[in-house]
Design a protein around this ligand. Structure first.
Ligand SMILES: [Zn+2]
Length: 450
C-alpha cells in the first residue's frame, strides 16, 4: 500500500512537469504566446489576471501582462509589486519563453503541486509578467530568419526552423517597427541626477514630473521620438508601486545593475546611492543561476566577477529602462543577460529554463527584504510626500544613503511632513540572503507646536 501511494505521488509530479510547454521545444509567436497566457489564466483564475497596457505596439500588437497574486486584480496595501519584462529587444527571446514557462510553473505549483514556497510567494507578492515588450521585433526577427537567411530552403515551416536553429542575425528585430531601440528610448533621467548632484540639496528619486515633461515634449538620447511601447511602459512604471523588477535580455551572461550611464557618457563605474543593495540584488540572481556566477568568460571577451556588473562600467547606455525605473519610481530594476545566443534553437529552451528557474524565483523573493510600513498621522491617515532618510551602519559608523524613501506621489494634497515629529525615529534592520520575512515598521507622525 505504501509503495503504491508513493508511486502515485511520483506519477502525479511527473505529469504536472510534462505539462510545461517549454518541453515541446517550440518558440511561440504572438498568438501562441497569448493563448498560453489565456490557458494559464483559465487553469488558475483565482490567482491570475490578464491585462494589456493602454497603448499597443507600432504594428498594433497588445503588450500583455499576466499577474499572479492571491488578490490579482488590485494592489493590496503593503503587498509588494514585482515585475519581469522580457523580449524588449525583439530578437532576444529567452526571456519571453522562460516567462511564459514561469507563468505555467507558478500556476501548477500553486494549485496542483502544493508547493509551499510558491504558495507563500504568490500569497504575499503581486507578480506581473510581461513576456514581450516588443512583439513586432520578434516577428521581424523570425520573418528575416525565414526569408532573409535561407530558413525556407532548409525547413518545411517556420516552427521547425525555430525549433532546430532559432535565428542567427545579431541585429534584425532588436528594434521596434520604427527602427528604434526601446532600451535607448526612455527619458534620460540620469541627466537630471548628474545635474542635481552639483547642488547641495537635491532630489534624486520620484522624478516623475521631469519624466512626464520629457515624455510629452522631448526626444530620446538618439533624437528619436518616444515610441508607443516606451510611453505605455513608462506610465505603467510610474502608476504602479513596483519595488523590484528585472528586464530580460540576451547576448551575454550577466546581471547588470544601475547606473547604466555616467555623467560624461563614458565607460566608467557609475554607482547609484544604493550600490551595495544593487550588487546584492544582482548576486541574488547570478548565484542562484546554474552558471552565471561561475563562468569565466561566458561569451566573448568579457569577464564578470561573480556574474554581475555595473551598467556603465560595462558600456554606457543613455535612455535605458533600468535607470528609468529607479529614478522615476523607486523601482529597483536590474537587467539580466540570459545567454550568449540571442535567439537560440527552441530545443535548448528547456535546459535554459532549468538554468534560470531557481534564480527567477529567488529574485522575486528579494521583494521581501528589509522593512516596509506606512507613514500616517495621529488619525491613521496617510501622509503624502513624507520623506524618510535612511542611514547605513558600516564598521560602527553611520553614513547617509542619499536616496530617500518617499511616501506616495500625490501632488494635490498640501501636507508637509517637515513640521511633524517622528514618534519612532530609530530602527535598525539587516539585509541578507536569508531574510525573506520583511519587517513591518510603521511611522506615525504627530504635529508639533511651533
Ligand atoms: Zn538586449
Amino acid at each position: 500500500m505504501y509503495t503504491i501511494s508513493l508511486l502515485f505521488i511520483h506519477f502525479y509530479f511527473i505529469s504536472c512537469e510534462t505539462l510545461l510547454t517549454i518541453h515541446n521545444d517550440n518558440h511561440h509567436n504572438t498568438d501562441e504566446m497569448f493563448s498560453i497566457l489565456q490557458n494559464v489564466h483559465k487553469k488558475c483564475p483565482e490567482i491570475t489576471y490578464l491585462y494589456d497596457l493602454p497603448l499597443k505596439s507600432v504594428q498594433n500588437r497588445p503588450l500583455r501582462v499576466i499577474v499572479f497574486s492571491s488578490n490579482p486584480t488590485k494592489h493590496d496595501l503593503l503587498e509588494p509589486e514585482f515585475k519581469y519584462v522580457g523580449n524588449m529587444h525583439g530578437n532576444e527571446v529567452v526571456g519571453r519563453e522562460i516567462l511564459l514557462n514561469l507563468a505555467e510553473y507558478l500556476c501548477n505549483e500553486y494549485k496542483f503541486n502544493n508547493n509551499q514556497n510558491i504558495r507563500k510567494l504568490i500569497d504575499t507578492t503581486r507578480i506581473h509578467l510581461m513576456p514581450s515588450m516588443n512583439p513586432d521585433g520578434w516577428e521581424m526577427a523570425t520573418t528575416y530568419a525565414w526569408n532573409g537567411t535561407g530558413g525556407q530552403q532548409r525547413y518545411q515551416d517556420i516552427k521547425t526552423m525555430l525549433r532546430e536553429e532559432g535565428a542567427s542575425d545579431w541585429l534584425t528585430g532588436r528594434t521596434n517597427a520604427n527602427n528604434v531601440d526601446l532600451n535607448r528610448n526612455f527619458p534620460n533621467l540620469d541627466e537630471f541626477i548628474y545635474r542635481y548632484n552639483h547642488y547641495a540639496h537635491h532630489r534624486n528619486n520620484h522624478l516623475d514630473m521631469e519624466t512626464f515633461q520629457t515624455l510629452t515634449k522631448g526626444t530620446d538620447c538618439g533624437n528619436n521620438a518616444y515610441q508607443s511601447e516606451t510611453i505605455t511602459v513608462a506610465f505603467w512604471i510610474m502608476q504602479l508601486p513596483f519595488v523590484l523588477s528585472a528586464n530580460l535580455h540576451n547576448g551575454d551572461l550577466v546581471a547588470n545593475y544601475p547606473y547604466d550611464d555616467s555623467e560624461l557618457h563614458v565607460q566608467t563605474y557609475s554607482p547609484s546611492p544604493d550600490d551595495p543593495l544593487f550588487q546584492q540584488l544582482a548576486e541574488s540572481y547570478s548565484f542562484s543561476h546554474k552558471t552565471m556566477s561561475t563562468s569565466a568568460k561566458p561569451c566573448a571577451d568579457e569577464l564578470f566577477k561573480d556574474g554581475i556588473t555595473n551598467g556603465a562600467a560595462w558600456y554606457p547606455v543613455c535612455g535605458g529602462m533600468q535607470d528609468f525605473n529607479y529614478l522615476a519610481s523607486n523601482c529597483f530594476e536590474i537587467t539580466l543577460e540570459l545567454g550568449c545566443r540571442k535567439f537560440p534553437p527552441g530545443k535548448l529552451l528547456a535546459a535554459l529554463w532549468e538554468d534560470n528557474k531557481n534564480a527567477l524565483i529567488n529574485f522575486m523573493w528579494q521583494t521581501h527584504l528589509g522593512i516596509k510600513g506606512l507613514i500616517t498621522d495621529e488619525q491613521n491617515q496617510p501622509i503624502f510626500n513624507a520623506t524618510i532618510k535612511v542611514f547605513a551602519l558600516e564598521n560602527d559608523k553611520w553614513h547617509y544613503i542619499d536616496h530617500d524613501v518617499t511616501s506616495g506621489m500625490c501632488r494635490n494634497i498640501d501636507i508637509s511632513a517637515t513640521d511633524r515629529d517622528v514618534m519612532n525615529p530609530n530602527l535598525r534592520s539587516k539585509f541578507g540572503f536569508e531574510q525573506f520575512d520583511v519587517e513591518v515598521f510603521d511611522f506615525k507622525l504627530m504635529l508639533t507646536q511651533i
